[in-house]
Ligand binder design. Structure first.
Ligand SMILES: NC(=O)c1ccc[n+]([C@@H]2O[C@H](COP(=O)([O-])OP(=O)(O)OC[C@H]3O[C@@H](n4cnc5c(N)ncnc54)[C@H](OP(=O)(O)O)[C@@H]3O)[C@@H](O)[C@H]2O)c1
Length: 341
């Protein structure tokens, strides 16, 4: 478990480690015995990039159903048509999900409640980084990367937990893997004093472009570590999965052309192709087991962001958990959590 890997945390946050891992390690193949017969898989942000390739990788394991959660059904159906051509057997469905909107997240999970017996594997991949400050127009009107990468991801996790639990006919634990990024490994949270942490992330004067993206991902790891202390891994195994720097996705769509050139040059050296990087999601959500509960993973278990081993990091993490549950109480998250225990 990452909780026991404090000694590695500083090194794993360095550029040298990540450069070596990216350039000299290969993502292992998925063991041949791995299969998904009769299982249902959900991947969010599945119309392009890592999410799309992850769906393709899951389809190779012949699941009963793959749900592609996408904010544009039109784009999602175009992507699904490509995959239906390659994999005629398994069902592929495209479901609308806009992570900028809590209402959309709730509508999505209500549909899952109505239409699915059970979810076996969930990969919450939808995410973004913004160079310019923007707020969403709903709920607490949070800065958009905090909303999409953290708050809506947490809400979706809570609301899907009951569907991930074992049933009489399907006894293995559900799998929930949330996509993270090495951009957060060296970051820490600032104590806002008497103010709320969640409000402190929304201040335009503190917004620093992709730094805010890293921060939103740090919050995700803190959430997963706390959730794992509450949820029994015999019921649902929850972890974070880090694909590492990946080339060929649309992630840097908001940068200008000069930055775009720099990013492409950088990724051409250290980025993995999406087909390899997205295989990491399968390692985290299928190959690694109970030992990965609450951990930072790729194909092995790695250390948490180093701040999470400090007393201040742990205190802020607890505060974040309480504030987050309070923020999301309109959706009955405490009750959903109780139901999943
Ligand atoms: N690329 C990397 O080097 C890298 C490294 C580490 C971690 N990651 C993480 O990997 C994940 C996938 O990134 P990617 O590189 O594949 O980027 P991408 O090609 O831009 O894909 C992002 C996906 O998220 C979806 N998305 C964005 N905002 C959304 C919203 N409000 N509601 C629903 N879906 C939304 C996008 O949908 P639209 O197409 O409709 O916008 C798209 O399907 C992200 O969580 C990212 O943080 C990426």
């Amino acid at each position: 478990m990452s909780a026991q890997l404090e000694k590695q945390a500083s090194y794993e946050a360095t550029f040298a480690h990540n450069f070596r891992k990216q350039v000299f390690s290969r993502v292992p193949a998925i063991p041949a015995r791995t299969e998904l017969a009769w299982k249902t898989v959900l991947v969010t942000g599945a119309n392009v990039g890592l999410g799309f390739e992850a769906v393709r990788n899951f389809l190779r394991l012949r699941p009963k159903l793959v749900i592609m959660g996408v904010r544009s059904v039109e784009k999602g159906e175009a992507a699904a048509a490509v995959l239906r051509g390659e994999f005629p057997d398994p069902r592929i469905e495209v479901w609308e999900l806009d992570m900028e909107s809590f209402r959309s997240v709730q509508a999505f999970t209500e549909r899952a409640e109505r239409e699915l017996d059970r979810l076996h594997v969930v990969v919450l991949n939808a995410g973004l980084g913004k160079l310019k400050y923007e707020r969403v127009e709903e709920g607490g009107c949070h800065e958009v990367s905090i909303q999409v990468n953290y708050l809506a991801t947490v809400l979706l996790s809570f609301l899907l937990l009951p569907k991930l639990r074992p049933t009489a006919s399907s006894s293995e634990p559900g799998r929930l893997s949330i996509v993270n990024s090495g951009a957060c490994l060296g970051l820490s949270l600032e104590d806002p004093g008497n103010g709320r942490l969640l409000d402190s992330f929304d201040r335009p004067q503190k917004f620093d472009g992709f730094g805010q993206y890293g921060l939103s991902k740090l919050l995700v790891m803190m959430f997963v570590a706390t959730l794992a202390q509450i949820i029994d891994p015999k019921e649902v195994i929850v972890n974070c999965t880090d694909p590492g720097a990946t080339k060929g996705t649309s992630f840097f769509r908001s940068v200008n052309w000069i930055m775009g050139l720099g990013v492409r040059a950088f990724l051409s050296i250290i980025g993995r192709p999406t087909k390899d990087a997205s295989r990491i999601y399968l390692h985290s959500s299928l190959v690694l087991g109970e030992e990965s509960h609450g951990s930072w993973t790729d194909w092995i278990i790695r250390a948490w962001p180093k701040t999470m081993y400090t007393q201040q990091g742990q205190q802020l993490s607890e505060r974040l958990w309480d504030e987050t549950l309070e923020e999301l109480k309109f959706a009955g998250v405490r009750e959903k959590l109780q139901k999943a225990l």
